[in-house]
Design a protein around this ligand. Structure first.
Ligand code: SF4
Length: 323
């Protein structure tokens, strides 16, 4: 029987070609609600891109369009250089193993009537029982867990089952949609460490969706910050955390607690005014202007485009002066 590693082998991608390329992706729901508005980014093989923003900013919708659980209104998604935006579900089948998704609530995504063995092996029984057990052990579960049902697990264990299932077909890209947000802090750290180890072993790329910059801090190579359906800042994680250029990124970062009590005591907190506006009626100009402490008259009428500022891309007219 093939080893799990052999079973997981998947076609490789030329190094220069991004594994995932998203261009001008948009989603307009019924009633004209523009949940995602012209989002674009690339993810390289083996890289982790964090996609961060408040609830309702369009980050999960973006993730679901990428794995084609939702049909985009416009824009394109390329995987391994292949345009997958308009492939039928049948045409997508061979690619389903290459890109997988891990969800916030593992219980809602695991069939309650199937054993873990059935869940991980998949409907087409891609893996034999020995391979399922090998995978379960790799994600920190025991062989006897193969015969149990999802309701017999804790949240952390169920998430491990979700990870094993995602690994079954040898993915190259995993979209982690708030995959650790609902877990206790200690379990969260264990799952993040597991995902990091798996990435190193298997050259996985992650799109790591989270509402909180602290969750993605230690796992991301680059970070994209979304606000009201658009990316407002995207760049290398190290510089974005140490020197955020967009006022919204600075506000999100200021909400992240610091471990050192002395720094925590004097930490500047930027409190955002009000709630995010409804995507059904976005403000004119810069959509962040009603909540931005730096807003000028120009911001009320002119929407800023993403442009290069201090080694990353930022959508703010005054990004140079906001440091
Ligand atoms: Fe604030 Fe204006 Fe920059 Fe928008 S463009 S983030 S309102 S300063």
């Amino acid at each position: 029987m093939k080893s799990v590693r052999a079973a997981l082998d998947a076609p490789t991608v030329p190094e220069s070609m991004p594994l995932l390329e998203v261009r001008d992706l948009a989603m307009t729901f019924r009633g004209g609600v523009r949940a995602v508005d012209g989002v674009g980014f690339e993810v390289a093989q083996g890289e982790t891109l964090g996609l961060v923003g408040e609830s309702g900013c369009g980050k999960s919708t973006t993730g679901r369009m990428i794995v084609r659980l939702l049909e985009p209104t416009s824009g394109t998604v390329h995987l391994n250089g292949q345009d997958i935006t308009h492939l039928s579900q049948r045409e997508l089948l061979p690619l389903r193993g290459t890109m997988q998704m891990i969800f916030q609530d593992p219980f809602s995504s695991l069939n309650p009537r199937h054993t873990v063995n059935q869940i991980v092996a998949g409907p087409r029984r891609v893996l034999g029982r020995d391979q399922v057990i090998e995978l379960l052990e790799r994600v920190g579960l025991a062989p006897e867990h193969a015969d149990r049902f999802p309701h017999e697990f804790s949240g952390g264990q169920a998430q491990r089952v979700g990870i094993a299932r995602a690994l079954a077909n040898g993915p190259k890209l995993i979209v982690c949609d708030e995959a650790v947000s609902a877990l206790d802090v200690s379990i969260r750290a264990q799952i993040i460490n597991l995902l990091s180890d798996l990435q190193e072993e298997r050259g996985l790329a992650y799109l790591f969706i989270a509402h909180d910059l602290s969750i993605v801090r230690h796992v991301c190579t680059r970070v994209a910050v979304m606000y009201l359906g658009r990316i407002v800042e995207i760049g290398p994680a190290a510089s974005l955390y140490s020197d955020p250029a967009h006022p919204y990124t600075r506000a999100l970062l200021s909400a992240v607690p610091v471990a050192d009590p002395k720094i925590e005591a004097v930490r500047e907190r930027i409190v955002l005014r009000g709630d995010p506006p409804s995507p059904a009626a976005p403000p004119p100009g810069c959509s962040f202007h009603p909540r931005c402490a730096l807003a000028q008259r120009r911001c009320e009428s002119e929407a800023p485009q993403l442009r290069e500022v201090r080694g990353r891309k930022v959508a703010c007219h005054y990004a140079e002066t906001s440091a």
